[in-house]
Design a protein around this ligand. Structure first.
Ligand code: FEO
Length: 163
């Protein structure tokens, strides 16, 4: 059965949100690398790619269900961070927002009795738990490190190992 318009519209909105996430993390990578935090920048580049993959999961799903993919404008991100802590706090807050959007999408799928979309969203619900936890862990580490150059150097190295 082809997907209902209301669900398709919500999925298109989510595609845009995931692409925005990718764009935001890319802006963060540029900021961090310009400050010579190459490991943090690498982590952010990997994250930006992951967000693009999330967008493509929704994109492919919508096409598979006979829905129309509508790609709209991706807004530019705010870039008023000053430190790596600012950046990772913003990542965490952004991920909380995305979790809220996924929950909203789930609500719509349930209202529309779209069990296939509900099932597809399960992967994203689990993924959000991981994304929130990862960002939060880095925020906590950065809070502990404060302005210690040694600590920042070590964490930058650690995040640079992300596959
Ligand atoms: Fe696609 Fe980070 O949520």
């Amino acid at each position: 059965m082809d997907i209902k318009d209301k669900v398709a519209k919500a999925i298109n909105k989510q595609i845009n949100a995931e692409l925005y996430s990718s764009y935001l993390y890319l802006a963060m990578a540029a900021f961090l690398e310009a400050k010579n935090y190459l490991g943090f920048g690498h982590w952010m580049r990997v994250q930006s790619n992951e967000e693009n993959n999330h967008a493509m999961k929704f994109f492919n799903y919508l096409l598979e269900r006979g829905g129309e993919v509508v790609l709209s404008d991706i807004k530019a991100s705010d870039t008023k961070w000053k430190t790596p802590l600012d950046v990772f706090k913003a990542v965490y807050e952004h991920e909380l927002k995305v979790t809220g959007m996924i929950n909203e999408l789930l609500k719509i799928a349930r209202q529309e009795e779209d069990t296939a979309t509900e099932s597809m969203l399960k992967w994203f619900i689990d993924e959000q738990v991981e994304e929130e936890a990862n960002a939060k862990q880095i925020v906590e580490k950065l809070k502990l490190i404060k302005d210690s150059p040694n600590g920042l150097f070590m964490l930058d190295h650690e995040l640079g190992e992300r596959k």
